[in-house]
Design a protein around this ligand. Structure first.
Ligand SMILES: [Fe+2]
Length: 314
């Protein structure tokens, strides 16, 4: 894995210049191989008054006590306790702007995807990550691959765009080998994390999955989950629970300085956040059909290991 710097400069991106089609395809391929795409500056402006608003929360008595989520599809904020009337509306506007700017940037750099993604949550992460008091499965400082308990992807990809808005401190990451290597080592009975049961392609499983999806879209609190999603959630927990892996796995350290952005497929890159506070982030669920190197996707790697389909077509 490597950190790849986008050759189109932040200023060029701001003025609407985007990578050529060939460069963009290479960027997609590098992301899909487990590289981190890095923008060494800000490809869009966050107005100073908005930054002051976000950073000013550090003096406000700790009311911002957890991550703040912006649900783009519903255009609303969760996880925010308002100090002053009007703060929630202000924060909503800032997060809405960030989400739109991140998406515009991603659309320019990763043009081969043609926006074949669903906009997931954006977040503001105001708390210091070092020594953060979280339960084991929620800890960010343990290496893991991402899976969302409440938002299964059915084989689609989790792509995250990050921005460090800390005025003076880097955000420090640690990464390890990508998913193909981790799965080769740990997926399966001998590795410690049993492979998924390949029932995803049976007629019964398809019907059950479609029914659950219909109930979920009607507001019934049910989460349709494919065998792939089951495995990815178990694998996330397995890696965090495995103290030998945490201690002995190959490690690479990456610092992301203030006012820089980076993007990564966090469902395949084993990653942890060691320190840093004040980061913005937007998540995209990218269609598995949009991949330029589909064979590198975790779902394909697992299906090859199992010898059967692990997602459910609706
Ligand atoms: Fe993560």
């Amino acid at each position: 894995m490597a950190r790849v710097t986008i050759s189109t400069t932040p200023d060029q991106l701001r003025s609407g210049i985007q990578p050529s089609a060939e460069e963009a395809r290479t960027y997609c391929a590098q992301l899909e191989a487990g590289d981190i795409l890095y923008i060494p500056g800000m490809p869009f402006e966050i107005p100073p008054a908005d930054l002051d608003f976000l950073l000013g929360r550090r003096q406000s008595g700790g009311r911002l006590h957890k991550n703040i989520a912006y649900r783009a599809n519903e255009d609303r904020i969760t996880g925010f306790a308002e100090d002053t009337p009007g703060d929630a509306a202000r924060l909503l506007q800032i997060m809405r702007d960030y989400s739109r700017n991140a998406t515009k940037t991603l659309s320019a750099i990763l043009s081969p995807y043609q926006q074949r993604w669903n906009l997931d949550f954006a977040s503001y992460r105001p708390l210091e990550e070092e020594n953060r008091d979280l339960t084991l499965h929620k800890r960010n400082d343990l290496i893991h691959t991402d899976a969302f308990p409440s938002r299964p992807t059915n084989g689609d990809r989790i792509l995250r765009f990050f921005t460090n808005i800390n005025p003076s401190e880097p955000r420090k990451w640690m990464t390890t080998t990508p998913f193909n290597s981790l799965a080769g080592q740990f997926a399966g009975k001998s590795g410690g994390c049993p492979l998924p049961t390949p029932h995803g392609s049976s007629a019964f499983a398809k019907t059950a999955f479609s029914m659950k999806k219909a109930l979920a879209s009607a507001g019934i609190p049910i989460t349709p989950r494919s065998p792939y999603d089951d495995f990815m959630m178990r694998f996330h927990n397995f890696l965090k629970e495995n103290s030998t892996f945490q201690k002995d796995c190959p490690k690479q350290y990456d610092d992301f300085p203030p006012n820089t952005c980076w993007m990564v497929y966090t469902d395949m890159v084993g990653h942890a956040v060691l320190s840093g506070r004040y980061a913005l982030e937007q998540t995209y669920i990218v269609s598995k059909e949009a991949m330029v190197m589909p064979e590198k996707a975790p779902v394909r790697i697992l299906e090859k290991m199992v010898g059967a389909g692990l997602v459910v077509s609706s």
